[in-house]
Design a protein around this ligand. Structure first.
Ligand code: NAP
Length: 467
């Protein structure tokens, strides 16, 4: 890397490592590279050879419009000062110590990779899955390509009513031929074509006014070609404790939609999505080690004393005869060696983005966090932009305050560290080769893209293709 003098007189660029290449990482890179104060070198790392995090591995294949945000990230990757190091994992290939040696600042943009468990008996039964695994599986994520889902049963429960639950339900209920031209993993398309799933119970523990789904997502479920969205009128009705929430126009639109939907009855389409409210799973019951039914407790809604509404069990139970359960109750972070982690909240402890030591709660100089790893698993893709820019503002403030100590000429370049360890880092140009190959493979099947689903396959393709 060549040091350069820039208009503010600094001899060397500020060197920043961003760990993770999802939306929050890219927006942090954008904020750093667009600022005018001084020159910044951004190196972005991903443990996979492919960039874009949940935009590639999480956004559903029938939501290509959402995925089109990738064009913005491509522009950021093309900015001067940006380098991508795919197939390089923090704690597997490089350590925080390596990063401290090579960079002035580190940004953790690692998201929340795991699911939360329901904490009820029977969760270890076969056919009880996390939505995370199902989403990763149909999206061809290398971590989940070997998962299996028994779609030979007719009745399925999806626990939780957030947007991930909407995605899972839609993929299960949708005509698979609508997915055939997308970038869905080929094995998932085949499994969905053979699926016998007919009834999906979508379970919210609180009421319609507290449902986490977006209006567009619930309306999409109401407009599926082969499935009816069935809502019980008594469960769509707004109780007294929830009425103040209707002053929020978004909540009002969603609850109005549900009330109108509840007037549609059972409908006449072959598949049914039973959207339920005020029910909590309390036990997964099975036989021969496999899920057979799900026991639910009816809830009432109470004020939580902080302006919100909480669910409380009534002691009244029912069972639903489902043979497959997907829990979609939010994500949870995964600790990384050398990086502070709060086991309770599941994210990296921080003060507005400045990483804090887990024990002392003191700021760890030069370490920052953005996205879900900073604030928890909430918000849409665009939410991350403002959030990453806010962290970068603090980074620039800190960099100016310590300008004498950054950009040291003796800093090692990480590519030398990786080369010395024999690690095959995937550059952005390499990724563009994989991208082209995926699109070409897709064209052969009439699909927009046929993803590589294994890291080995990706690396092998790169050795046989000129960059
Ligand atoms: P989420 O929006 O936080 O929803 C989690 C759901 O799980 C809520 O309904 C929650 O109910 C429920 N829940 C939590 N703990 C539970 C328990 N123990 N028992 C029963 N239910 C429980 O999370 P998400 O769906 O994983 O989505 C994560 C973020 O990604 C969200 O911001 C979402 O909007 C975004 N996303 C967006 C899209 C899109 O734009 N199309 C797609 C996917 C994801 P309570 O409300 O009662 O806690």
């Amino acid at each position: 890397m060549t040091a350069s003098t820039n208009h503010s007189g600094f001899l060397h660029p500020l060197r920043v490592a961003i760990i993770g290449s999802g939306p929050s990482g890219f927006y942090a890179a954008e904020a750093l590279l667009k600022q005018q104060g001084f020159k910044v070198q951004v190196d972005m790392f991903d443990r996979l050879p492919t960039p874009y995090g949940l935009v590639r591995g999480g956004v559903a294949p029938d939501h290509q419009k959402i995925k089109s945000v990738i064009a913005v990230y491509e522009k950021i990757a093309a900015m001067s000062g940006f380098r991508f190091f795919g197939n390089v994992a923090l704690s597997r290939d490089i350590s925080v110590e390596d990063l401290r040696r090579c960079y002035d600042q580190i940004v953790y943009a690692v998201g929340c990779e795991k699911d939360r468990s329901m904490g009820i008996p029977g969760e270890d039964l076969a056919r009880n899955h996390s939505a995370t695994a199902f989403v990763g599986w149909y999206n061809g994520h290398p971590d989940y390509r070997h998962e299996t889902f028994d779609l030979s049963c007719e009745k399925v429960a999806v626990v939780g009513v957030g947007n991930v639950a909407m995605d899972v339900t839609r993929i299960l209920a949708e005509n698979p031929e609508h997915l055939a031209k997308t970038d869905i993993a080929p094995y998932a398309l085949e499994a969905l074509r053979r699926s016998r799933v007919k009834e999906i119970y979508l379970l919210g523990r609180r009421g319609p006014a507290q449902a986490a789904f977006s209006l567009a997502e619930i309306q999409e479920l109401g407009h599926l070609e082969g499935a009816d969205l069935v809502v019980r009128p008594q469960e769509a009705a707004i109780d007294e404790v929830s009425k103040p929430e209707l002053s929020d126009p978004v909540v009002k639109k969603k609850t109005d939609y549900l009330i109108s939907q509840s007037g549609q009855g059972m409908g006449s389409k072959p598949k049914k999505i039973y959207l339920r409210f005020c029910v909590s799973p309390v036990e997964v019951l099975g036989s021969s080690g496999k899920v057979q039914t799900l026991k639910l407790e009816k809830n009432i809604l109470l004020s939580d004393g902080r302006g919100g509404v909480k669910a409380k069990g009534t002691g009244e139970f029912e069972t639903i005869p489902v043979s497959l359960v997907f829990r979609s109750i939010g994500y949870h972070g995964v600790p990384i060696a050398g990086v502070p982690f709060d086991t309770k909240s599941g994210h990296i402890p921080n003060d507005q983005g400045r990483v804090l030591d887990s024990q002392t709660r003191q700021v760890r100089p030069g370490e920052y966090v953005v996205g879900w790893a900073k604030r928890g698993p909430s918000g849409l893709i665009g939410t991350n932009r403002q959030d990453s820019y806010a962290t970068v503002n603090l980074m620039l403030e800190d960099a100016m305050a310590h300008s004498g100590s950054w950009g040291r000429a003796e800093q090692e370049d990480i590519s030398q560290v990786l080369a010395a360890r024999g690690i095959r880092a995937v550059t952005f140009a390499d990724w563009k080769v994989l991208d082209r190959l995926e699109v070409e493979r897709g064209a052969r099947f009439g699909k927009i893209r046929e993803k590589f689903t294994s890291v080995e396959e990706m690396l092998a393709s790169l050795t046989s293709e000129p960059v």
